[in-house]
Design a protein around this ligand. Structure first.
Ligand code: GCW
Length: 836
């Protein structure tokens, strides 16, 4: 028996997993099979209606007990004398059992009572009962068989996701393939992925999903599509999830053929009233609308000389009779002129919304991004949270890693979110944590909560990367309880996703907890923002793109200094938007934390930080340290070979190797850029000195030509090589002057969209490795592609443990394909322990 068990387990480990089940795998637990805990013999689900969350809970329990313990347990609607797990709402439970001792619960809350094989899961409503069920199953799946009696209530009523899906099936800032909701202008026929997504979301307490992009297309409002939204709602209803949609403010004009979209116009009001009644006829439990208006060039109420509150209330009044709500985004700003020292995009939200406090209807919630700009690697908490005491508010977080490596870099984001959620804004000198403001508690508001931009796609991993799913999991857990510890939440996720092996848990914990600090280190430091290319892909480095345009993500870097002066005394005045104590701290560099120094102050590169380093030396050191940390990720992961199924192991390894290489691209681009700006050398002599590299432009070229890159910092030594034509291949050759030994051989090349060039590397005519530049074209890496040789397309491939003798002949053969002319930047030969 024992022997049979072992065989079964190792077979289970080898089986490929594609990520589709996320953290709801219910994988067999080895310990429980040898000595299983006493488990309920019957599942009693107190609602037999198939579309009900309690029915779904019964099915989920059955599935879980089957998967984890190989127990087949029947679901019934009747209480029994057998040991049972009973699940239902308070009303159902009291009716069925006569037991009226359930502790009092808040909306969506649950009571979980486990005494060995007798389990009661009672929700304030059916949704709550489902949440309690997932909690019980999460314990079992992690091998936690303790008796428990607990009440759990959510921190806030709104725990939604936003999906930026377009009607044509593309997803704005989505990195995991096309939409699960839309294709070719209509809602998809097959909603099985929608239901599977609903199940994942319900297990982390999410209760609403806005299914289309905030840059909304009015064609979502056709009769056919409203029926389609109905099918999406049907697929998610069993999981207690309500559906909402984003509206295009201009729909009355563009879709309803009215002359304009003025929110106070009777015809416009009638248009929205009619659309809303059509929607509620189809979907009686429709959640409501999300609105982006007067933002990034789009029309809105201000276009018609109305206030933003007039616009929000127009929609609020339409959904109010049905109990719907309106999420109105605070992401309202205009283009600005950088030569105006006092102009500041960060000022916009408070300037627009503060004067309107108290004017929004009760079913309006102002949805505020965590920082004043746009999901950057570090931002202070948005001061708007402190300025709307008479308005419902929600915080908008981004799970999709738009500015954080687009799921091609491991970045576990909750520690970043916590810097904002736990921040004390000290409104009126009283404790005012952001998490207590958005829950509604601080200002005694009836509504409030969380909106997380997720952007799952049809990729079986949902987000494109297995490890990125920890962010989605933790988002739900933190919206439920923002006092939760990001590391403890992460470890629940690891055990559920990869199993309870101690080594697996420790290693993924280490990598994940190191990941945001590392990413911040090798991208943008001291509050200067991510320093990605804001005019193009938002993926790789391009610090110059922040400035000299109207978008307002400025750094104001010049020869002498860097940073945005946001002081009241001499700058944009933004610091003054915070309550007095916080404003005073940010007003002076001495009391501003180093990590936000350049957000609030313009200082010379030689300015000394609290740490004792100068700004410029901190940039260099942080970039080198961050890239070095990223090199540890693939090595750590390699230690888990055999402890994780092969498919997920290899897919993760591939991404971590990419990240390790791309972190060097980031490091070098940013360091070189500021060395060039400031002319202040790196005290450690690293920047611009690469003794282990062979620049491609210095090799013997045949069928290749040299190109100078612009911006210069996008290539090592500012030059790369491409084949002389896109029809014929070429070779690069060099005699190696390195001491004989074993090296990691890396090649930095560019992988652009529109071609799959091939490469072969030889040492003395012996093949060391070959590959194809198809990470982007094959969709293997889902980041926004680039058509150019730049920091987005720059990629490193490494061949480990290569024996090299002094005088060996290195040769690279490149074969172009399509637009990709087998571009190469440099070759690097790294002795053990050297990072460059
Ligand atoms: O960050 C910017 C993104 C846009 C996005 C916008 C927004 C959906 O680059 O892609 O549009 O913010 O949040 O509205």
């Amino acid at each position: 028996m024992r022997h049979g068990l072992l065989v079964l387990l190792s077979a289970g480990l080898a089986a490929a997993e594609d990520g589709m089940s996320g953290w709801l795998r219910y994988a067999p637990l080895s310990c429980s099979r040898s000595s299983p805990p006493s488990l309920p013999q019957t599942i009693v689900a107190l609602n037999a209606t198939k579309s009900s969350p309690v029915y779904a809970a019964g099915r989920e329990l059955q599935k879980g007990l089957q998967g984890i313990f190989a127990r087949q347990v029947q679901v019934t609607g009747q209480t029994t004398n057998d040991s049972s797990v009973i699940v239902g709402s308070v009303a159902q439970y009291t009716r069925a059992t006569g037991d009226s001792t359930v502790p009092s619960l808040e909306e969506d809350g649950y009571w979980l009572n486990i005494k060995g094989d007798s389990v009661q899961i009672v929700g304030q409503n059916e949704r709550g009962a489902l949440y309690g069920t997932f909690e019980y199953l999460s314990m079992l799946a992690q091998g936690n068989f303790s008796d428990v009696t607990k009440v759990s209530n959510p921190s806030a009523p709104i725990r939604w996701t936003n999906e930026w899906d377009n009607m044509d099936g593309s997803i704005e800032r989505g990195f995991a393939g096309p939409s699960i909701f839309f294709a070719n202008g209509v809602v998809v026929d097959d909603t099985s992925r929608v239901a599977a997504y609903g199940r994942l979301l319900a297990s982390i307490g999410i209760n609403g999903v806005v299914i289309n992009n905030v840059n909304a297309n009015a064609t979502l409002l056709t009769a056919q599509n409203i029926r389609g939204i109905g099918r999406v709602a049907d697929a998610m209803r069993p999981y207690g999830i309500q559906i909402g949609i984003s509206l295009n403010f201009d729909s009355p004009k563009s879709f309803g053929h009215l002359a304009m979209s003025d929110p106070l116009d009777a015809g416009v009001i009638a248009f929205w009233t009619d659309i809303t009644s059509q929607i509620y006829r189809q979907i009686p439990d429709f959640a409501g609308y999300l609105v982006k208006a007067n933002s990034e060039g789009q029309p809105g109420p201000i276009t018609y000389n109305r206030t933003l509150a007039d616009g929000a209330n127009l929609f609020a009044k339409a959904v109010q009779p049905y109990g719907g709500i309106v999420m109105f985004r605070a992401f309202v700003y205009d283009q600005l002129n950088e030569s105006d020292w006092h102009a500041d995009r960060a000022d916009a939200a408070v300037n627009y919304f503060k004067p309107l406090d108290g004017e929004f209807d009760d079913n309006v919630v102002v949805q505020i991004k965590y920082g004043p700009i746009d999901f950057q690697v570090r931002e202070p908490a948005s001061p708007l949270f402190a300025n709307l005491p008479k308005t419902n508010m929600a915080i908008e977080l981004q799970i999709t890693q738009e500015y954080l490596g687009q799921q091609c870099h491991l970045v576990y984001i909750p520690p970043l979110w916590k810097t904002v959620l736990d921040f004390d804004l000290k409104v009126d000198g009283q404790p005012s944590l952001v998490r207590d403001i958005v829950s509604g508690e601080r200002f005694k508001r009836p509504l409030g909560g969380y909106a997380g931009v997720v952007n799952v796609g049809t990729n079986s991993t949902w987000l494109g990367s297995h490890l990125a799913m920890s962010n989605l999991y933790a988002y739900g857990r933190l919206a439920w309880d923002p006092t939760g510890d990001p590391q403890a939440i992460l470890q629940d996720w690891i055990r559920l996703t990869f199993g309870p092996n101690r080594n697996v848990v420790d290693i993924i914990t280490k990598m994940s907890m190191d990941s945001w600090p590392a990413y911040e280190n090798y991208t943008g430091n001291l509050g200067i923002q991510t320093l990605t290319d804001i005019l193009y892909t938002h993926f790789g480095p391009n610090p110059a793109s922040q400035d000299d345009n109207g978008w307002g993500q400025w750094t104001r870097a010049d020869r002498a200094g860097i940073g945005m002066d946001r002081t009241v005394s001499n700058g944009t005045g933004f610091a003054g938007q915070y309550p007095a104590q916080v404003a005073a701290a940010y007003e002076a560099p001495a009391t501003t934390p180093d990590e936000l120094l350049l957000w609030f102050h313009h200082v010379p590169y030689t300015y000394p930080l609290h740490s004792g380093k100068t700004v410029i030396q901190h940039f260099y050191d942080a970039h080198y340290a961050g890239a070095e940390t990223a090199q540890t990720f693939p090595a750590l992961w390699e230690g888990l070979r055999g402890k994780i199924d092969d498919q997920r192991f290899e897919e993760v390894l591939f991404r971590l190797r990419f990240q390790a290489g791309h972190s060097i691209v980031w490091r070098d681009a940013i360091s070189e850029f500021y060395l060039n700006k400031s002319s202040i050398p790196d005290q450690a002599g690293r920047v611009g000195h690469h003794p282990y590299r062979l620049e491609a432009e210095d090799m013997q070229l045949s069928g290749y030509k040299v190109v100078a890159l612009n911006p210069f910092e996008m290539a090592s030594n500012s030059k790369a090589v491409v084949t002389s034509s896109n029809a014929t291949g070429g070779t690069l050759a060099a005699r190696l002057g390195f001491e004989s030994g074993v090296y990691d051989l890396g090649v930095n090349y560019y992988d652009i969209i529109g071609g799959r060039a091939r490469y072969e590397v030889y040492l003395n005519e012996k093949l060391v490795g070959e590959w194809m530049g198809d990470n982007v074209d094959s969709g293997r890496l889902g980041h926004t592609p680039s058509m150019m040789l730049d920091g987005h397309s720059a990629t490193r491939i490494t061949f480990g443990g290569v024996e090299v003798k002094e005088g060996d002949m290195l040769k690279i053969v490149g074969t172009p394909d399509g637009a990709e002319m087998a571009p190469v930047d440099y070759v690097v030969l790294l002795p053990e322990g050297v990072v460059d």
